[in-house]
Design a protein around this ligand. Sequence first.
Ligand code: ATP
Ligand code: MG
Length: 461
Amino acid sequence: MNASDHAEKTTDVQQEKPAPAGAVTGREQRPSNTGSTKADSASRMSLQEAIAYLETQIARVEEMQQKHIARLERIIEVSRILNSNLNLQALLEDIISIATELTNTEASSILLVDKKTGELHFEAATGVKKHEVATEVVPPHSVAGWVVRENTPLVIDDVSQDPRWSRKIDDATGFTTRSILGVPLRVKDRVIGVLEVLNKINDEPFTEDDVQTLCVLADQAAVAIENARLFQQSDLISEVVHELRTPLTSIRGYSQLLLSDIKPELKRQFAETINREAIRLGQLVNDFLELARLESGRAHIAQDPVDLRQVIEEAVSIIRPQAAERDITVNVDLPEDIPTVIGDAARLKQVLLNLASNAVKYNKDGGRVDVSLTVDKDRVTIAVKDTGRGIAPEDLPHVFEKFYRVVDSEQEAVGTGLGLSIAKQIVESHGGEIWVKSEVGVGSTFAFTLPVAQKTKPGQR
Ligand SMILES: Nc1ncnc2c1ncn2[C@@H]1O[C@H](COP(=O)(O)OP(=O)(O)OP(=O)(O)O)[C@@H](O)[C@H]1O
Ligand SMILES: [Mg+2]
């Protein structure tokens, strides 16, 4: 042990303060002193200063640790709150208010990735009502877009200096963003969205602890969001149960009548009704299962070369008898050369069958249905045109939704309102698009595209 070490030790004793653990290490790491009195005093001074400095540092670290522990405790509590909230919108609002509280910021927002389109949308923001949240797509080159893509937190202490930031949202909300911390919302390895907090109170910079805290909150929040979404989907189950009740009630009623003392000719009529409703019930269950499988991505979509001519002709031949009954002409116009598409022939036939049967069901007696196929470079477009009553502009955006039926369709034809949503899922699972154009009193055209199979060049497999 050399002189300087001894001197420093004495200083500690004289001050009658226990040497903090960190201070001892610090001292041992200092270069040795040569031992002159002047140097000793200088070193004592600086030592005192160093100790004072270290003590304030330690106090600070302890304070930070306490804050950190308090935050973690709050997060555990929060996790309980979040997981008990199954209403998605209420949950998102809880998350943003907790995020601002934990990070000591002015505002927060949540953006979620649309599972089907991959687009990013604002879902909730501090002080903004659900219907006021901007509906437009948040571009990939934005702050949130970056966080999703890189799957990494991002701190921007001065947004005006960062090209990823855009003042568009501020202009719309009247809020002034100065700084942003954004973290990915992750479920397993999938990024489902972004949680952002804006403007530290007092304009302090974001700390490492803020980043960590928000990441921990985001992990809890992401799981809770997924659960709430799953629960929302099970709303679909209650809708289905509702739909199943109608034919069931009818079957129960008529079967009871059958068991009572009734005329033989009525018996046959009731038995026919029961049979029809039972078929409808079976159809409904099948449609629902098919839709559930397609939506969840669990459906196995075949990847075989498909002969579209055959698919179209088969589907049309099924609806011809119904069309003939009502004097509806069905015309099919196909080019000589139809390129092969890759996909699931049975499911594509299902799409055609639904479009063609709608075109007959919702047509006028003596009307006309035109089925056509056109070929572009890299895709084919199949269209089914009818001369029916058409669809009003306010109903048009909804016809591909589950269970959506235009009012008065019920009197016109039986259906469950699942056909078009199934068709949409199938077309999209083949990489295509489906749309409708319609004019009330004139007719409707439903059309969809399918990508053409890439020709393999000779020598390529
Ligand atoms: N070609 C059409 N002309 C006019 N309205 C149509 C046409 N196709 C569909 N619609 C409207 O859109 C609604 C939804 O169609 P969709 O095929 O999904 O269900 P649906 O035919 O009622 O029942 P299903 O599940 O048996 O197909 C229909 O109820 C009808 O109101
Ligand atoms: Mg239909």
